[in-house]
Design a protein around this ligand. Structure first.
Ligand code: BYC
Length: 320
């Protein structure tokens, strides 16, 4: 088929809400956009394990430790589904890992902030996983099949994470004066970075318009951020703590909360690599990769021994 015909088949599928699958023809830019988004999403899940893992050894009870351990493991699983989804588009896992470790690929800005107290673990669950769900539930309807299907399972797990975070904060807020102050301090530090997770405002976002045409994104960055602000307000009331924004006010006409200006200089500075923990996060990933080399070698050697010989006499790669 000529390219114009292939393009038409692709456009019709998008219009009719038929999923694009790995073997289907797709425009180069669609492939490029998805590789960028899915791989950065995968990196975010993997780097996102670090701030929370910081508290596994110091969780205040066995129940909290077991839950946090399970949550951090879930994030590893999310990273792996997403790397697999990206691989269906023709990029290898090694290439993606190289892009992360060399600093070429982005990952979510939020994971470049430190977790200073136990309340931060509650705030991450409530706000960071909460923002993630708001952004990711619509991705379950993304036009690319493997990405959309990976997101279904991820979202189920993220909602559990969000609830465990909220419950940590609720416990602290019902506790002593010091505990409530710790919860408020965590909210003060995590609120604005959580709003930044949704990405730049629509008028400065280079990718949103095209990604919405392709039905990768179903809502714009600002639309999702607004939904998030609206739900968090009610949840903060239940907790009895205050969102650190004096411009936050219900707008009867818009039927939404108005809120203050995000510090976009801070956001762009963080995604350029200059946030409080960027260097530490990358160093941790590089070290984990280097220390895991023997595991990769052993797995490969085992797979070579087990794998059937290909007709050329070469051993199949264990991932083929
Ligand atoms: N941080 O045109 P835009 C999680 C970049 S994992 C860093 O709006 P797009 C979790 C953007 O990449 C959370 N960079 O782009 C894990 C682009 O740069 P490039 C991650 C950001 O792609 C563990 C440029 O800014 N979630 O929740 O249309 C524990 C322009 O942006 C950020 C996902 O990855 C940011 N916050 O929209 C707990 C979800 N925002 O690539 C929780 C999937 C923007 O041109 N991704 N940039 O160099 C998406 O939905 C979209 O990619 C985004 C950005 C909404 C994030």
């Amino acid at each position: 088929m000529a390219t114009e015909e292939l393009q038409k088949v692709f456009d019709d599928k998008i219009a009719e809400e038929i999923r694009i699958e790995p073997k289907d023809w797709m425009p180069d830019d669609y492939r490029k956009t998805l590789i960028r988004q899915i791989s950065q999403h995968a990196h975010s899940e993997i780097v996102g394990m670090l701030p929370e893992a910081n508290w596994i050894t110091r969780a205040p009870s066995l129940r909290r430790k077991a839950t946090l351990l399970a949550k951090v493991q879930d994030e590893a699983g999310h990273g792996l589904y997403l790397y697999s989804a990206a691989e269906t588009m023709g990029i290898t896992r090694e290439e993606m890992v190289d892009q992360l470790l060399s600093g070429k690929a982005k990952y979510s800005s939020i994971f470049n902030y430190p977790t200073l107290t136990w309340a931060d673990i509650g705030a991450i669950g409530w706000l960071v996983d909460g923002a993630a769900i708001m952004n990711q539930v619509p991705l379950c309807r993304a036009s690319y099949g493997p990405y959309a299907r990976a997101m279904v399972r991820i979202c189920k797990e993220e909602s559990f994470h969000q609830r465990q975070g909220f419950e940590i904060l609720l416990t602290l807020c019902k506790g002593s004066k010091e505990q409530k102050e710790m919860a408020q301090d965590a909210l003060n530090r995590w609120w604005w970075p959580s709003l930044m997770m949704f990405g730049p405002n629509d008028d400065t976002s280079p990718h949103t318009a095209q990604s919405m045409k392709w039905k990768i994104k179903r809502f714009s960055n600002d639309e999702l951020r607004q939904k998030f602000v609206d739900v968090c307000n009610e949840q903060a009331d239940i907790l009895g703590i205050t969102i650190p924004d004096d411009k936050l006010v219900w707008n009867e006409k818009r039927q939404h909360y108005d809120f203050g200006e995000i510090n976009w200089n801070e956001f762009f500075n963080v995604i350029k690599g200059n946030g409080p923990c960027n260097k530490e996060r990358l160093a941790a990933r590089v070290s984990a990769h280097e220390n895991g080399e023997w595991v990769r070698e052993a797995a490969l050697a085992y797979a070579r021994k087990k794998a059937p010989k290909s007709p050329s006499g070469e051993f199949e790669s264990f991932r083929n």
